[in-house]
Design a protein around this ligand. Structure first.
Ligand code: CAA
Length: 257
């Protein structure tokens, strides 16, 4: 069975990637993560695709790394398997990824949502890093990305007590960009993806890269990186098209050149 479903036909330029392990609440075992990595890498090099929506189902976006798969492993086996190495490649995807999150986004599920560029949550979404309750701690970015997203005190509370937060809290904390009714979640994420798909793909790529730099650099380095990317965009035909279209009071037609 395919544990990750990819649809590229239903909306031009926007690919839908669905985690498909419903009985296990989309627990992220090695196979899911490999399939997800392969799907995203392929879409990243598909010139037709300009944005990606990643989703689960109404009960779970993903309930974390697969506890049953890990339970009996020793440290050296964990080190050798290095299950999080697939995540390094996911982090390098250049196209924007919008997560549509309903139900549980726990442990690795919350961390996967945070690897995406924008999170749209439905009213049923629950975010958490409950690893502490099973005697471990987050291992795929939870202590780092959550802290950067919502601050130290809230992260400490979530990571040290394992408490889940609601979609409304996640919105208030700045973890997600909007909360919508369950039935609108995928549609809303797709709407955002379609809007991005109309922009210059080169500008989108460099803008994503630049925002992500904010998490990795000092302010001066980040500003320098941003400025270089801004100047670089003046080498693109899309920059000429975008600015000319503005002056001529028409919609731009970005070709990705
Ligand atoms: N790994 C493996 N299986 C899981 C799973 C997980 N993370 N989460 C759920 N499942 C399985 C359950 O074992 C169950 O399978 P069976 O029917 O075979 O028993 C099935 O999915 C349905 O789950 P529940 O019956 O538990 O459903 P529920 O509605 O009663 O509870 C839940 C839902 C609160 C999400 C609960 O399943 C739960 O607490 N899951 C674990 C959450 C968790 O601890 N996640 C962190 C994992 S570690 C991690 O992610 C490390 C990291 O940093 C990457």
């Amino acid at each position: 069975m395919e544990l990750v479903k990819v649809t590229t036909e239903y909306q031009p330029a926007v690919a839908l990637v669905e985690l498909n392990r419903p009985k296990e609440l989309n627990a992220l075992n090695l196979q899911v993560m490999r399939e997800l990595r392969d799907a995203l890498v392929k879409l990243d090099s598909d010139a037709e695709v300009r944005a990606i929506v990643l989703t689960g189902n109404n009960k779970a976006f993903a309930a974390g790394a697969d506890i049953k798969e890990m339970a009996n492993q020793g440290a050296i086996e964990m080190l050798k398997i290095d299950q999080f190495k697939t995540w390094d490649q996911i982090k390098k995807i250049q196209k924007p990824i919008i997560a549509a999150v309903s139900g549980f986004a726990l442990g690795g599920g919350c961390e996967l949502a945070m690897c995406c560029d924008i999170i749209v949550a439905s009213e049923s979404a629950k975010f958490g890093q409950p690893e502490i309750k099973i005697g471990v701690m987050p291992g795929a970015g939870g202590t780092q990305r959550l802290t950067r997203a919502i601050g130290k005190s809230r992260t400490m509370e979530m990571v040290l007590t394992g408490r889940f937060i609601s979609a409304e809290e996640a919105l208030q904390f700045g973890l997600v960009s909007k909360v919508v009714p369950v039935e609108c979640c995928l549609q809303e994420a797709t709407k955002i993806a379609l809007t991005i798909a109309d922009m210059s793909p080169i500008a989108v790529r460099l803008a994503k890269e630049s925002v992500n730099k904010a998490f990795e650099t000092h302010l001066d380095q980040g500003l320098h990186y941003e400025r270089k990317n801004f100047y670089l965009l003046f080498a693109s035909e899309d920059q000429k098209e975008g600015m000319t279209a503005f002056i001529e009071k028409r919609d731009p037609d970005f070709k990705g050149n």
